[in-house]
Design a protein around this ligand. Structure first.
Ligand SMILES: [Zn+2]
Length: 100
């Protein structure tokens, strides 16, 4: 199964394009060429930073599109859907125990 969009490859392409355009621009106007490349690479880095994948804090798996937050021992934890299900089950089990 192919991944629909890989932000890292998109960013690399963007950076390659930026470098290519920068080299062309550099021939005519070195300062603008360098400024353009630095700006685009900086933007690419920002996009990469914003779209980077975070690991689940319980099992360490990389989070897919869905992520869940749970308060565990007073600490907010970011967990994957799998761990979320585990916590839901645990919570409902604890709830039914309290009722009985
Ligand atoms: Zn997990």
């Amino acid at each position: 199964m192919a991944r629909k969009n890989n932000p890292i490859i998109g960013c690399l392409l963007l950076i390659l394009l930026a470098v290519g355009a920068g080299i062309q621009l550099f021939k005519y106007n070195p300062v603008a060429g360098i400024a353009g490349v630095v700006g685009i690479v900086f933007l690419g880095g920002l996009v990469l930073y914003a779209t980077r994948r975070k690991p689940c804090e319980m099992c360490g798996n990389f989070l897919e599109r869905k992520k869940f937050f749970w308060n565990i021992d007073g600490e907010k934890k970011r967990v994957c859907s799998h761990c979320n299900q585990t916590f839901m089950r645990r919570q409902s089990r604890a709830a039914t125990r309290n009722i009985r």
